[in-house]
Ligand binder design. Sequence first.
Ligand code: ADP
Length: 636
Amino acid sequence: MQCPSSSLRAVPPALTVKPRLLRHLLLTVLMLLLVLGCGYAGYLISEKFAIAALTDSGERQLGLHARALESEISTHTYLPSLLELESGVSQLLLNPSEARRLKVNRYLEGLNRRSGSRAIFLLDLGGRVQATSNWRDADSFQGEDLSFRAYYQDAVQGKPGRFFGVGSTTGEPGYYLAHGLRQRDKIIGVAVVKVRLEPIEQRWARARLQAYVSDENGIIILSSDPALRLKSIRPLSEQTRTRLASSLQYHWTRLDALQPLARQPLDSNTELLTLAANPTQNDPTQAVSYLAQTRRLEASPWSFTLLSPLQDVRRQAISQGVLAAVAVALLAFLLIAWNQRRKVIATRLAAREALQQANDHLERKIAERTRSLRASNDRLKAQIRERRQAEETLRKAQDSLVQAGKLAVIGQLSTSIAHELNQPLAALRTLSGNTMRFLQRGALDTVTSNLATINQLVDRMGRITASLRAFARRADDGGEAQLGKAMDAALFLLQGRLQQTPVQLHTNFADARLAIDQTRLEQILVNLLVNALDAMQAQPERQLWLSGQAADGVYRLQVRDNGPGIPLALRKHLFEPFFTTKPGEQGLGLGLTLSASLAVAAAGSLAVQYPEAGGTAFELCLPLTTPSPVESPTDA
Ligand code: ADP
């Protein structure tokens, strides 16, 4: 057997997904994407605005702190030039002696103390320290050659020496302000003031300010975070490195480049900077993001950078993003709910409409059906009328047939009736002749006896004619019959035949009152008895059984003979009208048909039986009239 091709191409059940489910899945994913997208957009917008606000406030702070820084730096700007006014200083530089040095040292010491600077010292034209405020200290600069220092080199050329550097002796960072000391427009030495900048950092720390200052080389010289100090904000070229190393500006510091984890320039002076929380580990998970705003400081080649942490901004942006996502999710949920409700309402409306349509359809159908029922009712009424008419016609025909049947029976019986009447008539003739003779002789006794006999004979003849009249009379439906009386009448009618052909009669039935007209019952019995007698005619010993019993409101009477029975081929024709096997005028073929129809008309039946012992039996069933006085126990 070959499989249908479609079944071969069928998709395995596991791979088939209901389109509705797929749509829901897609919708859910889309909703999720929308919510996430809106949340992210909310986050970005909020961050953008917050950064803009932070930039504004940062700009103000930047200006403020830059000015503070500038004033801090410029506080000592004129200090080195003041030494020009001190005659001891120029004398020492022009004619150095220990006494002058001591004097200038003391002077510088006092000046340094008063000005709050870190150190003040004098260099001769060769760059060697001639006098210094820290002449008493172990790490005094006295006698040191600082000609390699850039501030010296600038100052000796008449330019202001500005320099951040790490002290070559102390290793201590500081801001060096140098000034070429002149006498008669000739530089005779260099005065240097070293200023400590740590107080600025301390102030920042107190103010929780995050900032740094980078110098002209891009090296962070001041920082709120000590880890950033002396880092280069941009990678240094090899040339710069060599130059800085040779000048020992930053002592022997490695000057590593500051390596932010992320850097996003916003404009020329602003950028987003992500630094590792612990710069030595450079761990990206421990990152801190800043808004870095930079500004050049006036009066110095330095830049001041303010770092504003973005932590709060980001946190706020995240909550705004979450808020936006929640709002969108809520809106989406409301939209879905509204859509669902709209669908439910639409479905309800559609269902109501469908119901209405079905209702209308049903009503139309009912109307149609009612019309057709009415029409068929009319047809049925017409048929009933026709049936009634047919029944009426049939009943009339039946009556006529009954009548014809009766007459036929009478016709059949006419010979025996004539014989029956002829006998008494002949007897009457003889008796009346004898009586006249006996009257003439005066034998009155004999006359009286003869007259009595004559009387009896006349009575008998009257009874015969009366029964014939009763048999021939038309009867109505309904009525009541006495079984015993009907049986007597039938047997009486057939008396002649019974005498001609003697029959052994076995009766075994109780009398009963039956719901059928008396003459109709008589007619049925006469028909059955005539048929039995006809059938047994050729039998040497004729036996007739009349038995009956009442049960369940019905009386069953059996008329059985020991005749030859009915051949198998003829049995189905028995109750057909005009079916007869009797020769010539003897049979009309109406007896059984009429008897059966009379029984049915009285709500009973007539059926034939074929006893195994032979012969034929007819069973007549008729309803009993209630109550039957004959069947009552008192009459039993
Ligand atoms: P008919 O007596 O005029 O022939 P019936 O209708 O009374 O009409 O009977 C039809 C036929 O049924 C009879 O001709 C006879 O052949 C058969 N028949 C009726 N009763 C008996 C019976 N008791 N025994 C044998 N044959 C019978």
